[in-house]
Design a binder for this molecule. Structure first.
Ligand SMILES: *Cc1c(COP(=O)(O)O)cnc(C)c1O
Length: 394
């Protein structure tokens, strides 16, 4: 199999698993227990916290371990809104291309009387800082804008956004699940108050993540229980998971430039080759994008059919459209960058990793044009386009 779905999840590194194993086997103490085994587990947990903090230039006490990106997003947003509410501030600013962990949390808050402004991202998939400045109101309690998009890979101007938020005294959360471990993140320099990450997006284990909350930001609990995570998240600590997160993040940060160089070379080769296919277009900005992200629309085909045929050919890919539960809605991200519905349906996301080889990319480049051609031959939409009964948009 050629695995090109690394924005979905990544392969756990063997070395990360090796470092986790002792805490799943012999050293299984509960980090909240007072005996020696428990205290040993607590030391390991605190060490992992310190190491995660160092990777993003935070303090250990500002790191809370969670179950992953979604939980961190939920807790960050809800905490900021509870703080805002107390001061009568019930306005939130976000972008149109956030992950559903953010968008669905905001929808819930809208039902509770919060107002949400959704910033446009234009054709390049990037918010304009000027728009943000204009959108900030007296009652704005939170700006939540993702660091890098999971579908089209575009990177937002986080440093500038952080600066504006700090000047205006508004809390700034960023869903950095696609960024952490792939591009350098410095919460101090970037004026970030709250940040979400997930280990499985950078070769760590699934089901563990972290929420960074600046020391002056009081978190609200999503999970009530014991006094774990300084009272902010009940539940027995996932010591092995925390170690896996820390090791995977340190490895990713240590190799960040080397891996980016490797991925960018393959990414650009792939983009160049796929754009040779007639009536295809790259989604998202060419420069300001994650080193590993390729997302392309092909006119006249269905992304889902393309995925199935690629799967048969041994390529694991993803479509931009989130037709997960059989819903036919095209991706909100592709609609936000101005792709018409029918074009948004024909998109393909290929995301690379440090393990992706040139041979795999060459093979992918060989396979895709034929599959697109085959699907177009069977497509009524393509037929209409060919006969001029419908106009090409790309
Ligand atoms: C994967 C992802 C999430 C969700 O993370 P989980 O660990 O799966 O809960 C949130 N935001 C973005 C941008 C992601 O890519």
């Amino acid at each position: 199999m050629i695995y090109l779905d690394n924005a979905g999840t990544t392969r756990l590194d063997d070395q990360v698993l090796d470092k986790m194993m002792p805490y799943l086997k012999e050293e299984y103490g509960n980090a909240s227990s007072l005996h020696t085994m428990g205290q040993r587990a607590k030391e390991v947990l605190d060490d992992a916290r310190e190491r995660v903090a160092r990777c993003i230039n935070a303090k250990a006490k500002e790191i809370y371990f969670t179950s992953g990106g979604s939980e961190s997003d939920n807790q960050a947003i809800i905490s900021a809104c509870r703080l805002g509410e107390r001061k009568g501030k019930k306005h939130i600013i976000t972008s149109k291309i956030e992950h559903h962990a953010v968008l669905h949390t905001l929808e819930k808050l809208e039902k509770q009387g919060f107002a949400v402004t959704y910033l446009d991202v234009y054709e390049d998939g990037i918010v304009k800082v000027e728009d943000l400045k204009k959108a900030i109101r007296e009652d704005t309690c939170l700006v939540t804008i993702m660091f890098a998009n999971n579908e089209i890979g575009t990177i937002q101007p986080i440093t500038e956004i952080g600066k504006v938020c700090r000047e205006k005294g508004v809390l700034f959360h960023t869903d950095a699940v696609q960024a952490v471990g792939h591009i350098l993140v410095d919460v101090e320099k970037m004026n970030i108050d709250l940040l979400s990450m997930a280990a499985h997006k950078f070769h760590g284990p699934k089901g563990v993540g972290a929420l960074y909350a600046k020391s002056n930001v009081l978190l609200s609990n999503l999970i009530e229980g014991g006094a774990q995570e300084r009272g902010k998240r009940g539940g027995t600590e996932n010591v092995a998971g925390a170690v896996g997160l820390a090791v995977a993040l340190e490895n990713a940060v240590a190799d960040i430039d080397k891996v980016a160089q490797h991925e960018i070379a393959l990414r650009d080769k792939l983009i160049k080759a796929l754009l040779q296919i007639p009536h295809s277009a790259l989604n998202g900005d060419k420069e300001n994008r994650l080193p590993n992200n390729v997302n392309i629309c092909f006119e006249g085909i269905e992304g889902e059919s393309l995925l199935l045929l690629l799967d048969d050919a041994g390529i694991c890919a993803s479509s931009g459209s989130a037709c997960t539960s059989g819903s036919l809605d095209p991706s909100h991200v592709l609609l936000a960058i101005g792709r018409p519905h029918e074009v948004a349906h024909g998109s393909l996301r290929l995301t690379l990793s440090k393990h992706t080889t040139e041979e795999e990319i060459n093979k992918t480049i060989e396979i895709i044009p034929g599959v697109v051609e085959l699907l177009r031959k069977m497509s009524p939409v393509w037929d209409q386009l060919q006969k001029g009964a419908r106009k090409h948009v790309i």
